[in-house]
Design a protein around this ligand. Sequence first.
Ligand SMILES: [Zn+2]
Length: 314
Amino acid sequence: MNIIDLHCDALLKLWESEGKSPFLNAPEVETNMERLKKGKIKVQGFAIWIDPVINSDQKFQVALEQIDLFYQEVLGKNSAMKQIKSWSDFDELNDGEIGAFLTLEGVEAIGNDLTRLRILYQLGVMSVGLTWNYANLAADGAMEPRGAGLTTLGKEIVQLNNENEVLTDVSHLCERSFWDVMEIARYPIASHSNSKTLCNHPRNLDDEQAKAMFEKGGMIHAVYSPDFVKTESPATIADLIKHIDHFCGLGGVKQIGLGSDFDGINLKIQGLEDASQSQNLINELLKFFKEEEVKGFAYQNFLNNRPKPLVKER
Ligand SMILES: [Zn+2]
Protein backbone atom coordinates (compact mmCIF):
# COMPACT_ATOMS: atom_id res chain seq x y z
CA MET A 1 0.00 0.00 0.00
CA ASN A 2 1.38 3.42 -0.98
CA ILE A 3 2.38 5.75 1.86
CA ILE A 4 2.78 9.51 2.19
CA ASP A 5 5.33 10.14 4.97
CA LEU A 6 5.27 13.74 6.15
CA HIS A 7 8.57 13.85 8.00
CA CYS A 8 12.15 12.61 7.76
CA ASP A 9 15.57 14.12 8.41
CA ALA A 10 17.51 12.59 5.51
CA LEU A 11 18.75 16.03 4.42
CA LEU A 12 20.47 16.44 7.78
CA LYS A 13 22.24 13.09 7.31
CA LEU A 14 23.29 14.06 3.77
CA TRP A 15 24.50 17.44 4.99
CA GLU A 16 26.45 15.97 7.93
CA SER A 17 28.21 13.58 5.57
CA GLU A 18 29.17 16.62 3.44
CA GLY A 19 27.54 15.02 0.43
CA LYS A 20 29.51 11.78 0.75
CA SER A 21 26.44 9.64 1.53
CA PRO A 22 24.67 8.72 -1.70
CA PHE A 23 20.93 9.21 -1.31
CA LEU A 24 20.42 6.18 -3.54
CA ASN A 25 21.61 3.59 -1.04
CA ALA A 26 23.76 4.97 1.81
CA PRO A 27 23.22 2.48 4.67
CA GLU A 28 23.24 5.28 7.27
CA VAL A 29 20.34 7.07 5.52
CA GLU A 30 17.17 5.43 6.78
CA THR A 31 15.04 7.09 4.12
CA ASN A 32 17.40 6.47 1.17
CA MET A 33 15.93 5.91 -2.29
CA GLU A 34 16.14 2.12 -2.25
CA ARG A 35 14.46 1.95 1.15
CA LEU A 36 11.69 4.35 0.13
CA LYS A 37 11.00 2.13 -2.88
CA LYS A 38 11.00 -1.06 -0.82
CA GLY A 39 8.70 0.46 1.80
CA LYS A 40 6.31 1.73 -0.92
CA ILE A 41 6.71 5.34 0.15
CA LYS A 42 4.97 7.27 -2.63
CA VAL A 43 5.72 10.73 -1.27
CA GLN A 44 8.30 11.75 1.34
CA GLY A 45 8.57 15.09 3.13
CA PHE A 46 12.21 16.16 3.62
CA ALA A 47 12.80 18.49 6.55
CA ILE A 48 15.36 21.27 6.63
CA TRP A 49 16.64 21.21 10.20
CA ILE A 50 19.40 23.43 11.54
CA ASP A 51 21.27 22.31 14.65
CA PRO A 52 20.89 24.92 17.42
CA VAL A 53 24.70 24.94 17.87
CA ILE A 54 25.15 26.56 14.42
CA ASN A 55 25.87 30.29 14.69
CA SER A 56 22.87 32.47 13.90
CA ASP A 57 24.59 34.18 10.98
CA GLN A 58 25.30 30.79 9.37
CA LYS A 59 21.82 29.28 9.64
CA PHE A 60 20.36 30.55 6.38
CA GLN A 61 23.47 29.36 4.56
CA VAL A 62 23.05 25.88 6.09
CA ALA A 63 19.38 25.84 5.08
CA LEU A 64 20.42 26.63 1.49
CA GLU A 65 23.08 23.90 1.61
CA GLN A 66 20.46 21.35 2.66
CA ILE A 67 18.15 22.53 -0.13
CA ASP A 68 21.07 22.25 -2.54
CA LEU A 69 21.54 18.61 -1.46
CA PHE A 70 17.81 18.05 -2.02
CA TYR A 71 18.17 19.29 -5.59
CA GLN A 72 21.58 17.76 -6.38
CA GLU A 73 21.61 14.50 -4.46
CA VAL A 74 17.96 13.52 -3.93
CA LEU A 75 16.39 14.78 -7.17
CA GLY A 76 19.41 15.31 -9.44
CA LYS A 77 20.87 11.82 -9.22
CA ASN A 78 17.64 9.82 -9.08
CA SER A 79 15.33 10.33 -12.03
CA ALA A 80 12.47 8.48 -10.26
CA MET A 81 12.40 11.18 -7.54
CA LYS A 82 10.00 13.96 -8.54
CA GLN A 83 9.75 17.24 -6.73
CA ILE A 84 6.34 18.19 -5.37
CA LYS A 85 6.04 21.98 -5.49
CA SER A 86 2.30 22.45 -5.43
CA TRP A 87 -0.54 20.51 -3.82
CA SER A 88 -1.85 19.33 -7.18
CA ASP A 89 1.53 17.74 -8.02
CA PHE A 90 0.54 14.80 -5.82
CA ASP A 91 -1.89 13.80 -8.58
CA GLU A 92 0.76 13.88 -11.31
CA LEU A 93 3.03 11.08 -10.04
CA ASN A 94 3.37 8.09 -12.37
CA ASP A 95 3.97 4.48 -11.35
CA GLY A 96 7.54 4.02 -10.17
CA GLU A 97 7.96 7.69 -9.31
CA ILE A 98 8.41 8.92 -5.76
CA GLY A 99 7.37 12.45 -4.83
CA ALA A 100 9.59 14.57 -2.59
CA PHE A 101 8.84 17.90 -0.98
CA LEU A 102 10.66 20.27 1.38
CA THR A 103 9.55 21.27 4.87
CA LEU A 104 11.14 23.69 7.30
CA GLU A 105 11.51 22.52 10.91
CA GLY A 106 11.99 25.79 12.80
CA VAL A 107 12.39 29.26 11.28
CA GLU A 108 15.74 30.18 12.89
CA ALA A 109 17.31 30.33 9.40
CA ILE A 110 15.27 33.35 8.35
CA GLY A 111 16.05 35.50 11.40
CA ASN A 112 13.40 38.24 11.28
CA ASP A 113 13.48 38.50 7.49
CA LEU A 114 10.27 37.42 5.73
CA THR A 115 12.01 37.87 2.36
CA ARG A 116 14.08 34.82 3.24
CA LEU A 117 10.90 32.87 3.99
CA ARG A 118 9.43 33.85 0.61
CA ILE A 119 12.65 32.64 -1.03
CA LEU A 120 12.31 29.31 0.77
CA TYR A 121 8.73 29.00 -0.53
CA GLN A 122 10.06 29.67 -4.03
CA LEU A 123 12.59 26.87 -3.56
CA GLY A 124 9.78 24.50 -2.67
CA VAL A 125 9.16 24.63 1.09
CA MET A 126 5.52 23.55 1.57
CA SER A 127 5.27 23.26 5.35
CA VAL A 128 6.75 25.44 8.08
CA GLY A 129 7.15 24.63 11.77
CA LEU A 130 7.79 27.82 13.73
CA THR A 131 10.36 26.36 16.09
CA TRP A 132 12.11 23.13 17.02
CA ASN A 133 11.66 22.54 20.77
CA TYR A 134 13.12 25.81 22.13
CA ALA A 135 12.35 29.52 21.90
CA ASN A 136 13.25 31.60 18.88
CA LEU A 137 12.10 34.91 17.36
CA ALA A 138 8.76 33.37 16.31
CA ALA A 139 7.55 31.09 19.11
CA ASP A 140 8.35 28.94 22.14
CA GLY A 141 8.76 25.21 21.59
CA ALA A 142 7.73 22.08 23.47
CA MET A 143 10.90 21.93 25.62
CA GLU A 144 11.14 25.65 26.43
CA PRO A 145 10.34 26.08 30.15
CA ARG A 146 8.95 29.61 29.60
CA GLY A 147 6.09 28.25 27.51
CA ALA A 148 5.12 31.56 25.88
CA GLY A 149 3.14 31.68 22.64
CA LEU A 150 3.71 33.32 19.27
CA THR A 151 5.50 36.61 18.84
CA THR A 152 4.31 39.23 16.36
CA LEU A 153 6.83 37.80 13.89
CA GLY A 154 5.47 34.30 14.52
CA LYS A 155 1.96 35.48 13.69
CA GLU A 156 3.22 37.20 10.52
CA ILE A 157 4.83 33.94 9.44
CA VAL A 158 1.56 32.02 9.93
CA GLN A 159 -0.27 34.69 7.87
CA LEU A 160 2.33 34.38 5.12
CA ASN A 161 1.93 30.59 5.20
CA ASN A 162 -1.84 31.07 4.85
CA GLU A 163 -1.47 33.38 1.86
CA ASN A 164 0.90 30.96 0.14
CA GLU A 165 -1.04 27.75 0.84
CA VAL A 166 1.80 26.55 3.05
CA LEU A 167 1.09 24.29 6.04
CA THR A 168 1.87 25.53 9.55
CA ASP A 169 3.27 22.61 11.54
CA VAL A 170 2.55 22.48 15.29
CA SER A 171 4.61 19.37 16.04
CA HIS A 172 7.37 20.98 18.12
CA LEU A 173 5.38 23.82 19.71
CA CYS A 174 4.60 24.38 23.39
CA GLU A 175 0.92 24.38 24.34
CA ARG A 176 0.43 28.11 24.20
CA SER A 177 2.10 28.38 20.80
CA PHE A 178 -0.13 25.54 19.61
CA TRP A 179 -3.30 27.42 20.55
CA ASP A 180 -2.01 30.66 19.03
CA VAL A 181 -1.36 28.84 15.76
CA MET A 182 -4.79 27.16 15.82
CA GLU A 183 -6.42 30.56 16.13
CA ILE A 184 -4.92 31.98 12.94
CA ALA A 185 -3.56 29.13 10.76
CA ARG A 186 -5.64 28.25 7.72
CA TYR A 187 -3.65 25.04 7.15
CA PRO A 188 -2.48 23.64 10.50
CA ILE A 189 -0.89 20.17 10.68
CA ALA A 190 0.99 18.04 13.21
CA SER A 191 3.54 16.33 10.96
CA HIS A 192 5.03 13.99 13.58
CA SER A 193 3.27 13.81 16.97
CA ASN A 194 1.43 11.20 19.04
CA SER A 195 -1.11 11.24 21.88
CA LYS A 196 -0.12 12.70 25.26
CA THR A 197 -2.88 10.65 26.91
CA LEU A 198 -1.03 7.45 26.00
CA CYS A 199 2.52 8.78 26.33
CA ASN A 200 3.00 11.85 28.46
CA HIS A 201 5.73 13.66 26.53
CA PRO A 202 5.83 17.41 25.77
CA ARG A 203 6.14 16.57 22.05
CA ASN A 204 2.75 14.85 22.04
CA LEU A 205 -0.76 16.36 21.77
CA ASP A 206 -3.40 16.11 24.47
CA ASP A 207 -7.01 15.26 23.63
CA GLU A 208 -8.18 18.89 23.52
CA GLN A 209 -5.40 19.75 21.09
CA ALA A 210 -6.12 16.72 18.91
CA LYS A 211 -9.84 17.51 18.82
CA ALA A 212 -9.11 21.13 17.92
CA MET A 213 -6.89 19.96 15.05
CA PHE A 214 -9.61 17.65 13.72
CA GLU A 215 -12.29 20.32 14.06
CA LYS A 216 -10.16 22.69 11.99
CA GLY A 217 -9.73 20.11 9.24
CA GLY A 218 -6.04 19.51 10.00
CA MET A 219 -4.11 16.24 10.03
CA ILE A 220 -2.13 14.54 12.81
CA HIS A 221 0.65 12.29 11.56
CA ALA A 222 1.73 9.54 13.97
CA VAL A 223 5.47 9.43 14.66
CA TYR A 224 7.52 6.21 15.01
CA SER A 225 9.94 7.42 17.70
CA PRO A 226 9.66 5.08 20.76
CA ASP A 227 10.09 8.13 23.04
CA PHE A 228 6.72 9.47 21.82
CA VAL A 229 4.99 6.06 21.77
CA LYS A 230 5.50 4.64 25.24
CA THR A 231 7.01 5.83 28.52
CA GLU A 232 8.66 2.47 29.27
CA SER A 233 10.64 0.78 26.53
CA PRO A 234 10.48 -1.20 24.40
CA ALA A 235 7.69 0.23 22.27
CA THR A 236 6.15 -2.01 19.63
CA ILE A 237 4.22 -1.46 16.41
CA ALA A 238 1.10 -2.46 18.39
CA ASP A 239 1.85 0.36 20.86
CA LEU A 240 2.10 2.85 17.99
CA ILE A 241 -1.23 1.65 16.63
CA LYS A 242 -2.83 2.43 20.01
CA HIS A 243 -2.11 6.12 19.32
CA ILE A 244 -3.82 5.93 15.94
CA ASP A 245 -6.77 4.16 17.57
CA HIS A 246 -6.95 6.79 20.31
CA PHE A 247 -7.02 9.62 17.76
CA CYS A 248 -9.78 7.73 15.90
CA GLY A 249 -11.76 7.73 19.15
CA LEU A 250 -11.49 11.53 19.16
CA GLY A 251 -13.06 11.74 15.72
CA GLY A 252 -9.91 11.70 13.61
CA VAL A 253 -10.29 8.55 11.51
CA LYS A 254 -10.25 10.64 8.32
CA GLN A 255 -7.50 12.99 9.54
CA ILE A 256 -4.72 10.69 10.72
CA GLY A 257 -1.54 10.18 8.70
CA LEU A 258 2.05 9.00 9.13
CA GLY A 259 5.24 10.97 9.87
CA SER A 260 8.06 8.51 10.56
CA ASP A 261 10.84 10.91 11.67
CA PHE A 262 13.40 8.46 10.23
CA ASP A 263 16.94 9.88 10.23
CA GLY A 264 15.90 12.16 13.09
CA ILE A 265 15.55 9.53 15.84
CA ASN A 266 18.11 7.27 17.50
CA LEU A 267 15.85 4.65 19.08
CA LYS A 268 13.58 2.59 16.85
CA ILE A 269 10.51 0.40 17.18
CA GLN A 270 11.51 -3.16 16.38
CA GLY A 271 10.39 -3.97 12.84
CA LEU A 272 10.02 -0.28 11.99
CA GLU A 273 13.66 0.72 11.83
CA ASP A 274 13.94 2.40 8.44
CA ALA A 275 11.70 3.34 5.51
CA SER A 276 12.03 -0.11 3.90
CA GLN A 277 10.06 -1.60 6.83
CA SER A 278 7.11 0.78 6.53
CA GLN A 279 4.78 -1.93 5.21
CA ASN A 280 5.15 -3.79 8.53
CA LEU A 281 3.09 -1.00 10.07
CA ILE A 282 0.51 -1.18 7.27
CA ASN A 283 0.17 -4.97 7.63
CA GLU A 284 -0.33 -4.63 11.37
CA LEU A 285 -2.88 -1.81 10.89
CA LEU A 286 -4.85 -4.04 8.53
CA LYS A 287 -5.43 -6.45 11.42
CA PHE A 288 -7.26 -3.77 13.42
CA PHE A 289 -8.86 -1.44 10.87
CA LYS A 290 -10.84 -1.69 7.64
CA GLU A 291 -8.76 -1.47 4.47
CA GLU A 292 -10.38 1.86 3.56
CA GLU A 293 -9.35 3.29 6.92
CA VAL A 294 -5.76 2.05 6.58
CA LYS A 295 -5.56 3.56 3.09
CA GLY A 296 -6.71 6.77 4.71
CA PHE A 297 -3.90 6.71 7.30
CA ALA A 298 -1.35 5.70 4.68
CA TYR A 299 -2.09 8.40 2.08
CA GLN A 300 -5.72 9.20 1.24
CA ASN A 301 -6.51 11.30 4.32
CA PHE A 302 -3.63 13.64 3.55
CA LEU A 303 -4.72 13.96 -0.07
CA ASN A 304 -8.28 14.70 1.00
CA ASN A 305 -7.23 17.33 3.53
CA ARG A 306 -4.36 19.02 1.67
CA PRO A 307 -4.78 22.75 1.03
CA LYS A 308 -7.21 23.50 -1.74
CA PRO A 309 -6.22 26.26 -4.15
CA LEU A 310 -7.66 29.55 -2.97
CA VAL A 311 -10.11 31.28 -5.24
CA LYS A 312 -8.30 34.54 -5.91
CA GLU A 313 -10.50 37.61 -5.74
CA ARG A 314 -10.46 39.73 -8.86
ZN1 LIG B 1 11.04 16.82 14.68
